[in-house]
Design a protein around this ligand. Structure first.
Ligand SMILES: NC(=O)c1ccc[n+]([C@@H]2O[C@H](COP(=O)([O-])OP(=O)(O)OC[C@H]3O[C@@H](n4cnc5c(N)ncnc54)[C@H](OP(=O)(O)O)[C@@H]3O)[C@@H](O)[C@H]2O)c1
Length: 225
């Protein structure tokens, strides 16, 4: 079983309400199952907030992160076009998942325009940089179709949607709770791949956090008992 939400889960054993538990797809390893939910429900919430449609071209910032990789796959599954920012070393991973990879950094808006001459309908900032917010606002005409899960201050100033646990953000509790079964169904059917960047025993949680803090992992860092 997978428990989500499960506050206090840095533990070998945990008591959670029955309503927090969903079945673990047999296809997933325990590491993949452990990496599925936080990134997954955040990705689903972001795509719901930007009003994803199958005819859209969507810009995903931070596409190679835990949240980004799931968001990319869900956009592709929906049939929309996805442009994903990442460092060049990760472009093959994004291409494999069906995204058009774009390097972030100076000149990003022009590179996106070149890759999507018809324009970008919606954008999700899944990394939290100023650049992600600024380029999204520059390229997407409708600010209600831009969301951030990390750049809360800049996002508030830009009038875009703020999602998750940040100040003034929409926690999206109902969307996220409903997303759990969508995610287990997609992962169980092999339509959603969960990439594991590293697995650490619980006693090495500090090392796991140091790895996350590099800000350049590809996929999830998970703790195992
Ligand atoms: N609000 C919520 O509910 C919620 C939930 C979960 C996570 N978050 C937040 O969402 C963010 C991403 O989380 P995550 O777990 O996906 O992170 P992660 O797995 O650590 O991935 C971060 C990714 O960001 C990319 N990156 C680094 N600098 C970048 C830049 N300047 N432009 C574009 N991409 C860049 C890295 O790729 P490269 O190596 O290619 O640079 C890396 O793949 C974090 O800030 C996290 O706190 C929010």
């Amino acid at each position: 079983m997978i428990a989500y939400r499960a506050p206090g889960a840095y533990a070998a054993e945990l008591v959670v309400p029955a309503s927090s538990v969903v079945p673990k797809p047999a296809r997933l390893s325990w590491e993949q199952a452990g990496g599925l939910m936080v990134a997954g429900v955040t990705a689903v919430h972001a795509l719901q907030a930007i009003g994803l449609r199958e005819t859209d071209t969507v810009l995903i910032h931070g596409a190679a992160g835990g949240v980004g990789l799931t968001a990319v796959q869900l956009v592709v599954e929906r049939g929309a076009t996805v442009l994903g920012t990442a460092s060049p070393a990760k472009h093959d991973v994004l291409r494999d998942l069906g995204a058009i990879p774009i390097p972030y950094g100076p000149g990003l808006a022009d590179r996106v325009r070149a890759a999507a001459p018809e324009g970008v309908h919606a954008a999700a900032d899944l990394v939290g940089t100023d650049e992600a917010v600024d380029v999204s606002v520059e390229l997407v005409a409708d600010r209600s179709r831009i969301a951030t899960v990390a750049a809360f201050e800049r996002g508030a100033g830009a009038g875009i949607k703020l999602l998750g646990g940040g100040p003034g953000a929409d926690p999206g509790a109902a969307v996220r709770a409903a997303a759990r079964l969508q995610l287990t169904e997609a992962a169980g059917a092999g339509r959603l791949r969960i990439l594991i960047a590293g697995s650490y025993p619980l006693r090495e949680a500090a090392a796991a956090h140091r790895r996350i803090m590099t800000g350049h992992t590809t996929g999830k860092i998970v703790l195992v008992p």
